[in-house]
Design a protein around this ligand. Structure first.
Ligand SMILES: Nc1nc2c(ncn2[C@@H]2O[C@H](COP(=O)(O)OP(=O)(O)OP(=O)(O)O)[C@@H](O)[C@H]2O)c(=O)[nH]1
Ligand SMILES: [Mg+2]
Length: 323
């Protein structure tokens, strides 16, 4: 059997046309080949910008992966396509299975409208893996109507997630101790929709009440989005129609009053930052020697850091025009 070699630009064409194999292969390359990623991302970028990007965040084990599988089924029944990027903990906390496991157990595995990609978080505690943004770009360019990003909501993650998405969904559950404590940790400022999952368990209405109470302390002004609270149960299969409706309502709200443009500016700014960070990485092979030299000069006090920076930046910008 001959292995069919597909050139990267062909792969991109196929992916943009929605070919699932091409999408899967590009996803693997984006995740595992940081040197190739910028060029792939540049090819994809002009095709992107249409997907509704959603962040699903919340403490470990609240059912983010499970409810995404149910949400995917709901959206698919509406004729919509959803791609999911999950940042799974490398070692399962709280008995939560990986999203891949959850999806394999559900009917989404066979659903051509649903694409799932799990990333190992590789113990990064300082925010999202850089490839998350690349994968969102890939699925957006491939024509998915929605791209959902699942992350365990540690504070830093959440800040970064709001630089990437249009709608943030915060998941809570009954009986998780002091939900007020959780909500105080800054998450309230970024959530557009609150999901109270595991609504089949006792205490769900109390969590909803708590959230409503906290929200009432800083009511939305006129013309501002009023965050909604949606109880869901993966076990009973309830709440997912409402959740899909609310997700759409939030996007329509953003579109209707210019806030979508604001969010897109914010996302574009973080894309710029990412591209600059990438481009100025000191690990690039073709400037490694120069960096070593300049660092030695610095250490010998032959030059000052500002001049060293100028030298390296000049090399980065001039000697690598195609990166
Ligand atoms: N009773 C009940 N259990 C649920 C529900 N949704 C999820 N679970 C269970 O909660 C556990 C964790 O579910 P996951 O979907 O893995 O949760 P997660 O938030 O993705 O977990 P991490 O990715 O590890 O943070 C599993 O045992 C699920 O079966 C629900 O609506 N009701
Ligand atoms: Mg999960």
């Amino acid at each position: 059997m001959h292995r069919i070699v597909t050139r990267p630009d062909e792969l991109i064409q196929h992916a943009v046309a929605g070919n699932q194999r091409a999408i899967a292969r590009l996803a693997t390359r984006l995740e595992n080949d940081p040197l190739a990623a910028p060029a792939i991302a540049s090819e994809l970028y002009p095709h992107s910008g249409r997907a509704h990007v959603i962040g699903i965040t919340g403490p470990p084990g609240v059912g983010k992966s499970s409810l995404l599988a149910s949400l995917a089924a709901e959206l698919s029944s509406r004729g919509k396509r959803l791609a999911i990027v999950a940042v799974d903990p490398s070692s399962p906390r709280s008995g939560g299975a990986t999203l891949g496991d959850r999806i394999r157990m559900s009917e989404s595995a066979l659903d051509p409208n649903v694409f799932v990609r799990s990333l190992a978080s590789r113990d990064r505690s300082d925010g999202l893996a850089p490839s998350v943004a690349d994968l969102v770009l890939l699925f957006d360019a491939a024509g998915y109507d929605y791209v959902a990003v699942e992350t365990v909501g540690s504070g830093q993650d959440q800040l970064e997630i709001s630089d990437l998405v249009h709608t943030t969904v915060l998941v809570q559950i009954p009986g998780a101790g002091d939900s007020v404590q959780l909500l105080k940790a800054g998450a309230m400022e970024i959530a557009d929709i609150y999901v109270v999952n595991k609504a089949d368990l006792p205490g769900a209405s109390r969590v909803s009440r708590d959230i409503r109470m906290i929200l009432s302390l800083s009511p939305s002004g006129p013309g501002e989005w009023d965050p909604s609270i949606v109880p869901t149960s993966v076990v009973d299969g309830t709440g997912f129609g409402k959740l899909a409706d609310e997700i759409d309502a939030h996007y329509r709200f953003l579109e209707s009053n210019g806030r979508l443009a604001d969010r897109k500016l914010r996302i574009a700014r973080s894309e710029l930052k990412r591209a600059i960070t990438r481009r100025t990485s000191l690990d690039q092979p073709d400037i490694r020697d120069l960096v070593d030299r300049v660092v030695t000069q610095l250490s010998n006090r032959e030059i000052v850091p500002e001049d060293a920076a100028r030298t390296v930046l000049r090399a980065l910008l001039h000697e690598a025009p195609d990166r």
